[in-house]
Design a binder for this molecule. Structure first.
Ligand code: DGJ
Length: 687
């Protein structure tokens, strides 16, 4: 049960989630000190917990177990909150003021002992989840000089002492996102960060710290630059702190001004990393995503088929093929507007290209709707090509610094959405685009990192890093509120900006431009450590794959893309009749199981040379199994299914199996001989 209780004598708060407890207390100096994070404890039990740091604190120890470590005193580790007052005094001295509890929301208020700075630590626990949300608000309560913020993390999570810890997280790059890594945590400070203005392809903003089967995990709800620092002292104390921004940025807090960090959510699980993933999935589905009860539709996206060479004719031809296959949503990608016939011109000029669409967008939209599909459109609102009317009119709208080169990437510059006028402009054209045409879906792309992130007219220019993201959020939120039918796919050159912040306001995510099915197995596995299949957009594209040159059979490509929100991205005009027939059948198979994939509970079944994933929903389960390479003579390990009723029988329609045997002995998937063997097995409990 989610609740917050307070022991006034002990000055201790206990937060309870479905199966875990979290406790903190005020020490004699009023500093908020971490007490406990693990399986459920009562308040009386929590009051007896003495952490090694708390019991042996001395003048030479470092206060790593503060709920939000500050600078100053006997603190020598990376601070979570770092401020400078106008007289150049550093540090914050805690003075407790009061606390409030509102449902599952605990807010504990402090002020500095001398300076006019208020700090509120926020905690939230909710029904049916072990995830605890934490964030911090600051307020300048004075009327004189501003306060400078050097680091303002959302939360610091302190772990109990264990002999060894490992950290799991994902790394990557464009088209190689979400590569899962497991590394022992060294003594020192290990920082996972993005300085790119997006949460990035390179390091997604989450981590899992494990010791045996115990998992302490954190995920940041922020889509811009961020920093998560794992601290491990020589004495073994371990914590991680995270928040928005990266080192070197400073922000100004003016008198009267408030500052709110994003949520840095934390999760404890006693039963291993795969179970922790399932808890994250449930949290994202129940507490983060909009419309998570909806089943996502099968998209056809024209990008790989036509790239910039779009026309009303070729899009209509593709739409006809897509509809015949059973697709439900047709998305026209880049190249439909301005002079955007290649990637060096037209970005920013959001009027339809009349050479390509003489009658505007409506004839194509009408045709797509007539074919029974919804219509979606690609946009990249935060960007501009220097060769565009927008840039010629407003060269000062981009992030830039005087005396510095305006570095282009993919021939584009980043619009400064920190500016209210630029954000208003973007909202206006998007609102008109969606309002004046029957657009059901937007793919919101963002194809480069920030550089020369300056704002010459602004006296506090580093707020651009925060305000840009906040304004992106605000535009999406406003569009959604005004156009309730609109669904949005998050994209940033593939998976460069997928995080809890984006997923709170989008419906699915394009996780990678890499559509090679073999690479995708690994990308999707890394993605699924935190984010659920219901958000994972995956297309079947042409073979050989345009990125890797690899040839993979159609069924394998389908089975991999079925482990998420299946879509089609190949050039259907080149597919043979046989391929189209096979694709139609596979697509229909996906429709019969997608409710289980998208709304079920996911288990990793990988055994030996076979990679497999299982989803369970009610009395149905589906297994997708892949064996990329055949190795004669290697043991064929049966797949041991999870979460079935051992007393029940399950049928595929043609064979019946005992639940106990499926779980304890396992199922040998009937994989054909040869490389790239794959299968989908759908089992239903026999009544
Ligand atoms: C990057 C995206 O990830 C692709 O799917 C495609 O939309 C291109 N941008 C279009 O420029």
């Amino acid at each position: 049960m989610a609740e917050v209780i307070f022991d006034a004598d002990e000055r201790l708060w206990l937060l309870s989630t479905a199966t875990t407890s979290y406790a903190l207390r005020l020490d004699a100096s009023d500093a908020p000190r971490h007490v406990y994070w693990g399986p459920t404890l009562t308040l009386a039990q929590a009051a007896t917990v003495r952490t090694p740091v708390l019991s042996k604190i001395s003048s030479v120890d470092s206060l790593t177990d503060e709920e939000l470590p500050v600078e100053g005193g006997s603190r020598f580790d990376a601070p979570s909150l770092q401020v400078r007052f106008a007289d150049r005094v550093a540090a914050f001295e805690w003075k407790y003021v009061d606390y409030t509890v509102d449902g599952g929301h605990l807010a504990i208020r402090f002020t500095d002992r001398h300076y006019p700075l208020e700090v509120v630590l926020h905690y939230w626990v909710g029904a049916g989840t072990d995830v605890i949300e934490r964030w911090t608000t600051l307020r300048h309560t004075g009327s004189d000089d501003p306060i400078t913020l050097l680091r303002c993390d959302s939360a610091s999570w302190f772990l109990p002492l264990r002999a060894d810890y490992e950290v799991s997280h994902t790394v990557g790059g464009w088209s190689s996102e979400f590569r899962l890594q497991h590394t022992p945590i060294p003594v020192g400070e290990t920082t996972f960060t993005s300085r790119r203005g997006t949460s990035s392809h390179q390091a997604n903003p989450w981590l899992m710290v494990t010791s045996g089967d115990e998992v302490w995990s954190g995920a940041l709800a922020w889509s811009g630059s961020y920093r998560i620092t794992v601290r491990r002292t020589p004495q073994g104390q371990t914590s991680f702190t995270g928040g928005f921004g990266h080192e070197g940025l400073t922000w100004r807090l003016n008198p009267g001004e408030a500052w709110e960090t994003p949520v840095f959510a934390g999760l404890y699980a006693a039963d291993g990393a795969d179970a922790a993933s399932r808890r994250w999935h449930a949290y994202v589905l129940n507490h983060v995503l909009p419309h998570s009860d909806e089943t996502r539709t099968i998209v056809y996206n024209s990008w790989e088929a036509t790239e910039f060479d779009v026309s009303e004719r070729n899009q209509k031809m593709l739409a006809a093929r897509a509809a015949a296959l059973g697709c439900e949503l047709f998305v026209m990608d880049d190249g439909w507007f301005g002079a955007r016939t290649h990637d060096a011109a037209g970005l920013g000029d959001w009027t339809v290209n009349r050479d390509r669409f003489p009658g505007g967008l409506d004839p194509l939209i009408a045709e797509v709707h007539r074919l029974g599909m919804r219509f979606g459109l690609w946009v990249e609102p935060e960007m501009v090509n220097p060769d565009s009317d927008l840039y010629r009119q407003h060269p000062d709208w981009v992030m830039h610094m005087p005396n510095r080169t305006r570095t282009t990437m993919r021939n584009q510059l980043v619009l400064n959405f920190g500016r209210t006028d630029v954000a208003e402009w973007a909202h206006k054209w998007l609102d008109q685009l969606v309002g004046q045409h029957e657009i059901d879906f937007l793919k919101w792309d963002m194809n480069r990192s920030f550089s020369e992130a300056g704002w010459p007219a602004e006296s506090d220019p580093d707020r651009l890093w925060i305000d840009h993201v906040r304004h992106v959020y605000a535009i999406i939120d406003r569009l959604r509120a005004d156009h309730p039918q609109l669904r949005i796919e998050a994209c940033s050159g593939g998976g460069g900006r997928i995080d809890l912040g984006m997923l709170a306001r989008t419906d699915q995510a394009w996780v990678s431009d890499n559509t090679d099915a073999l690479d995708r197995i690994h990308i999707q596995h890394g993605y699924s450590r935190i984010y659920p299949a219901r958000t994972l957009s995956a297309w079947v594209t042409d073979s050989p794959n345009q990125l890797t040159g690899r040839t993979i059979p159609l069924a394998f490509r389908f089975h991999v893309a079925m482990a998420g929100v299946l879509g089609i991205g190949g050039n259907l005009l080149n597919w043979t009749e046989q391929e189209l027939a096979e694709a139609t059948s596979l697509l229909a198979q996906y429709k019969s199981v997608r409710h289980i994939v998208q709304h079920g509970v996911q288990y990793d079944l990988t055994a030996g040379p076979v990679t497999a994933v299982q989803y369970v929903l009610g009395n149905e389960t589906v297994v997708l199994a892949y064996r990329p390479a055949v190795n004669f003579g290697l043991p064929q390990v049966p797949l041991r299914l999870k979460a079935l009723d051992p007393a029940a029988s399950y049928t595929t329609g043609s064979s019946t199996h005992s639940g106990a045997v499926l779980m304890h002995h396992g199922l040998e998937p009937a994989l054909p001989l040869g490389d790239y063997a794959s299968t989908m097995i759908h089992l239903t409990q026999v009544a």
